[in-house]
Every structure is written in C-alpha cells, then in structure tokens.
Design a protein around this ligand. Structure first.
Ligand SMILES: Nc1ncnc2c1ncn2[C@@H]1O[C@H](COP(=O)(O)OP(=O)(O)OP(=O)(O)O)[C@@H](O)[C@H]1O
Length: 229
C-alpha cells in the first residue's frame, strides 16, 4: 500500500524554489494504477516520489508504512523502478550478467545467482538472448531486460515511467503484456491511452497537481477534455 500525505516536490532554481508537484494526498492500493497527463505536467515527479528517487519537500510518502525519506533503502527493496530509457538501467555486457548483478545482494553464491538470473530471463522471454551482447538487443528486448533486472529483486510494486514510449507497436504490446501480467502492484506512467484504459484506477496530472482520480475511462475523458480546451 502506497500513501501520500500532503506530499509535494520542490526544486531550487536561480529564481527561487519551484514546485513541481503541489501537496498531494492519495492512497494507492489498486493492482494497476495509471498516471496520465501532458508533457511536463509532473507525472514522472509523482512516480519518482513513490520509491524515493524524489523526496517530499512537505508531507510524507509511505510504502507499507515505511517512510521514503527515512527508510529509503527498505522502500526501494519493495518498489522497483523501470525507466523510459532502458540504457539508464543496463550496465553489464550481457543480459545474464545484468540480471545477476541485480541479485548480488540477495543471492551470495555466484552459481546460484546465474541460475536464478536464467530463470528470470526465461520468464520474460529472453532465455535465448541471455549471453548475447546487450547492445545487440532490440529496444523492446532491452526494455524487457530492464524489467527482468527489477523483477529479480523481488519487489512488491513496479513503477514504470513511460516504459513503452520508445517502442513500436509490437514491442509495446509485448512489454505491456508482461507489465499487466505481473503479480505485483503496477504503477504505470504512460502517454498510451490504450494502456491507461487497462488500469483499475487512473490519475490525471496537470500543471503539478492530480486533477482527476478514478476509473480509467472517465480519467481518459478528463485528460482528452483538458487537451481539447
Ligand atoms: N530537477 C528539476 N529542476 C527543475 N525543473 C524540473 C526538474 N525536474 C523536472 N522539472 C520540470 O518539472 C516539470 C514536470 O516534470 P516531469 O518530468 O515530472 O513531467 P512529466 O509529466 O513526466 O513529463 P513528460 O511526459 O514530458 O515526461 C517539467 O516542467 C520539468 O521540466
């Protein structure tokens, strides 16, 4: 369960503090939560609050009762984060090594780590790419690999920030099907309204505020209404 209580995000700028997200109070316990809104509206800022990549300037963010500001490490163990650009996350030469790296804290034995990494790669459809150079993977395969690295750590929640924005239709479907097939809670920032419609609850963000919160179809309509004005 994710709770935001008057949580805001403020950054410094040469002209003084700038509020990226105004005080926001929410409890997120649905299995699939979507976040939609225009470019620069604050979606990523809200997503980054959920695992402590951004810290609240006011209020608090808690995951299963753990405070992101003071218990960041425990929160990040529970909340995995998938970035738009998989290259931000992939650091090792091969998929097997990359997923093994994610397991380094939880699985001390190297052979066991590699066995588990193969299992995770298999579960995401990359078993036959385990030992190829990461740079030879397609964009969709790289995004799946980034997701595999996150899943290997056993999170309870996966926050994915526009994970399909760089992908073509086929790869979008593959990545989305994996995300929506997860047992874990999914918080998905997306510009893809078809994906937003698959969520149980959708937040619409505009100008640093959550301006609508509810069932998917009504939320998409609200967002379209903002654009049409
Ligand atoms: N560190 C920062 N310093 C100053 N401004 C920032 C910083 N990070 C983000 N912003 C600004 O805050 C606003 C919200 O950014 P955010 O990345 O949350 O938007 P977004 O809704 O995810 O946009 P997009 O759909 O384009 O990814 C944008 O105007 C952005 O330029």
């Amino acid at each position: 369960m994710i709770e935001l209580e008057g949580a805001s995000v403020v950054v410094d700028s040469p002209d003084g503090p700038v509020t990226l997200l105004g005080p926001t109070t929410l409890t997120l316990d649905e299995r699939r939560v979507g976040i939609i809104g225009a470019n620069g509206s604050g979606k990523s800022t809200l997503a980054r609050l959920l695992n402590g990549l951004a810290l609240p300037a006011t209020g608090a963010v808690r995951v299963d009762g753990l405070d992101v500001a003071t218990q960041g490490r425990e929160v990040r163990r529970r909340v995995g984060f998938v970035f738009t650009h998989p290259d931000a996350q992939l650091v090792m030469p091969t998929p097997l090594e990359d997923v093994s790296l994610s397991l380094r804290r939880s699985v001390p034995d190297k052979a066991e780590r590699r066995r588990r990494a193969r299992e995770v790669l298999d579960s995401i459809g990359l078993a036959d790419r385990a030992d190829v150079p990461v740079h030879s993977l397609s964009g969709g395969q790289k995004q799946l690999l980034a997701l595999a690295g996150v899943l290997a750590t056993g999170p309870d929640v996966v926050v994915a920030d526009e994970p399909t924005t760089l992908l073509d239709l086929r790869n979008t479907r593959t990545v989305a099907d994996h995300l929506f097939g997860l047992q874990q809670q999914l918080v998905l920032v997306t510009h893809d309204l078809a994906l937003a419609r698959r969520c149980d609850r959708v937040l619409v963000v505009d100008d640093g505020r959550v301006v609508h919160d509810g069932a998917a179809e009504a939320a998409v309509e609200h967002y379209v209404g903002l654009v049409d004005v």
